[in-house]
Every structure is written in structure tokens, then in C-alpha cells.
Design a protein around this ligand. Structure first.
Ligand code: UDP
Length: 326
């Protein structure tokens, strides 16, 4: 196959490029580097079967030659990023989804949308099944991401139903692993980097809110299986083992050693109180579930941040101040 991956220089996009190339496919990667980094693709440059185009996918996209798949992974994905780039986040989820769907239709390609557990907002159903419609504040600070992704799902289903496009929707839950930026702003990278730098771990609120963390190799396996499945309904992909943020902080301190303390900061507005995927559909239609336990995944991710530290490229994490500013 020859596939286009948008957001190719991002955390998930770059791992997805690796996977498709490993399986013998050709990949065209696209990214405008708003939050992606050329470092994530450096090892692929010049490799046979890989081509990179620096481009903003909210503009009309022109790709020469055949395309059998379009995987739309471009978007800021950390709350800190979508607060910094609210309009771009809305545009890449809406206009970017429209352009990539249009391209897939023109090329007769299969389409996969990277959606998110954020479509469930601050969920009133727990764990979240794909049948749950969500509890999202459209005008809150997170609305720019949540609503863009909800619109992206609606548009994808409209192309599927109206144009008969072959589509897939992955609802991706919190994922972590190597290639996350140290200043990404999300909790796993923040805690690991803070522990490495001997800074206090920044717990927002009392730390009783929960998340379920999936290691990147597991997620990529799920995405790859979904792409090659027949499932056009959304599929949750995540690791259902749930932790409170306070538990995560304890585990990071245990795994990393060091003498960091914890510091409590105000809980950001609309921060979901709980999150856990019901992965019954993924198990059924993909035969997939996450394998890597959090402790093991934290160890592997710490290797990446230690390398950056040794290269003196480990900045302090970005931390939210509770009023939504950094
Ligand atoms: N969080 C935290 N400290 C941080 C970053 C995040 O306590 O330095 C909390 C945040 O309030 C949320 C959870 O960790 O409850 C996960 O946040 P993240 O930004 O990783 O992603 P989210 O799941 O909210 O999109």
C-alpha cells in the first residue's frame, strides 16, 4: 500500500510511519511542525519508501501518484498545546479533516481518523463505551479540541454514508512513550521529566482524578489492526487499567528514584474527573488489548528522556497555572 500520514512528525504519527514502513508499505508523511518535530523522522529521511512533505493540511492537499490509505493524525493533542493553538486545533480537526477526506475520496483510498477519548468530555458514564455520547462543554478551554474531534467524527461518518468512503475512527485514550516531547505538558512526560530534573511533580487538584495510560507500541498495534479491519464504527483504543494521578505520581517516584516531592496546583477548568476505555469492541473486532504494564512503559519512556538529558536537551515541563495559562 501507499499511505499518507498527516501529523507524521508527531508522537503517534512518527511511530505509525515506522510501522507502515516495517510492514513494507510506502509512506508519504506530512506535518507543518506546529507541535511535531523533525527529530522524530530524522531516522527515516532518505529511507526507501518514505517521503516527507512539510505542509499545513488545512489547505488543499495535492499528492501525486496513487494513495491507498489516508491516516489523519495531525493535531495538537496536549491540553497545553491546544490552549496555545486554539484556532489551529479547531482548523486541523475541521478543515484538515475535510481536506484529508476529500483527498481519500479523490484517490479511492481508505481513511482512518485519529479521534480521541475527549469526545466523551467529563464522562457521566464509566467506563466509556463507544455508545456513550459524551459530556462536553463546547465553549470551555478544552472545547477547541473536543468539538473539533467530534465534528471530525461526524464528517468522517458523513463521507462514509453519503460518499461510500471506506472509513475507520480510532478513539485514542491517553498514550505515552518515547518521542513524547519533554515539554509536551501531559502528565506522564511532565512527571518523568520533573523526576529526572529533581523538580517537584505538579499534581493538578488533589490528584484523585483518574486516567488509563496506554504504552505507544500497544496503541500502534491497535491502530494498525483497525486500519486493516472492516470496522467503520468508532473503536476505543487504550489500556483500561485506571490510575489516579496521585497513584501515577507515586509510581513515577518509585520507578525513577530521586528526591522529588509533589506540589499541588489548581485543577484546570473542565478537567475530566475519570477516564477509562471499555475496549470490548476492540477485543471483539480486532482481537486486540494492551499488553505493556504502566511500570514497564514508564521505564522504557524514561530511557528516552534520559537520552535527552545526556544531550542537554531536557527542558523543564510546561505546567498549567489553573487559570488555563502556562
Ligand atoms: N495533570 C497533572 N499534572 C500535570 C499534567 C497533568 O496533574 O503536570 C493531570 C491533569 O489535570 C489531568 C491528568 O493529569 O487530570 C491528565 O492530563 P493530561 O494533560 O496528560 O491529559 P488529559 O487526559 O487531561 O487530556
Amino acid at each position: 500500500m501507499r499511505v499518507l500520514i498527516t501529523g507524521a512528525a508527531g508522537f503517534l504519527g512518527s511511530h505509525l510511519c515506522d510501522r507502515f514502513l516495517e510492514e513494507g508499505h510506502e509512506v508519504v508523511g506530512m506535518d507543518n511542525f506546529i507541535t511535531g518535530s523533525a527529530d522524530n523522522l530524522a531516522h527515516l529521511m532518505g529511507r526507501e519508501g518514505f517521503r516527507f512533505v512539510k505542509y499545513d493540511v488545512t489547505e488543499f492537499i495535492y499528492v501525486t501518484g496513487r494513495l491507498d490509505g489516508v491516516l489523519h493524525f495531525a493535531s495538537p493533542a496536549s491540553p497545553v498545546d491546544y490552549l496555545e493553538f486554539p484556532i489551529q486545533t479547531l482548523k486541523v480537526g475541521s478543515l484538515g479533516t475535510h481536506k484529508t477526506l476529500g483527498l481519500a475520496k479523490a484517490k479511492g483510498a481508505r481513511y482512518l481518523l485519529a479521534s480521541t477519548s475527549e469526545v466523551y468530555g467529563d464522562p457521566l458514564e464509566h467506563p466509556q463505551t463507544e455508545g456513550y455520547w459524551g459530556n462536553v462543554n463546547p465553549i470551555g478551554p478544552r472545547g477547541v479540541y473536543d468539538e473539533a474531534k467530534r465534528f471530525a467524527e461526524a464528517l468522517t461518518m458523513a463521507y462514509h454514508r453519503f460518499h461510500g468512503l471506506d472509513t475507520r475512527i480510532a478513539r485514542i485514550f491517553n498514550t505515552y512513550g518515547p518521542r513524547m516531547r519533554p515539554a509536551d505538558g501531559r502528565v506522564v512526560s511532565n512527571f518523568l521529566v520533573q523526576a529526572l530534573l529533581g523538580e517537584p511533580l505538579s499534581i493538578y487538584g488533589d490528584g484523585s482524578q483518574s486516567r488509563s495510560f496506554c504504552y505507544v507500541s500497544d496503541l500502534i498495534e491497535g491502530l494498525y489492526r483497525l486500519f486493516f479491519s472492516e470496522e467503520s464504527e468508532p473503536v476505543n483504543l487504550g489500556n483500561p487499567v485506571e490510575f489516579t494521578i496521585a497513584e501515577l505520581a507515586d509510581l513515577v517516584l518509585e520507578v525513577m528514584g530521586g528526591d522529588s516531592e509533589v506540589r499541588h496546583l489548581p485543577l484546570p477548568e473542565d478537567d475530566p474527573k475519570v477516564r477509562q476505555p471499555d475496549i470490548g469492541r476492540a477485543r471483539r473486532v480486532l482481537g486486540w488489548s494492551a499488553k505493556v504494564e504502566l511500570r514497564e512503559g514508564l521505564d522504557r519512556t524514561a530511557v528516552h528522556f534520559r537520552q535527552l538529558r545526556d544531550q542537554e536537551r531536557l527542558p523543564s515541563p510546561r505546567v498549567l497555572a489553573g487559570d488555563g495559562t502556562e
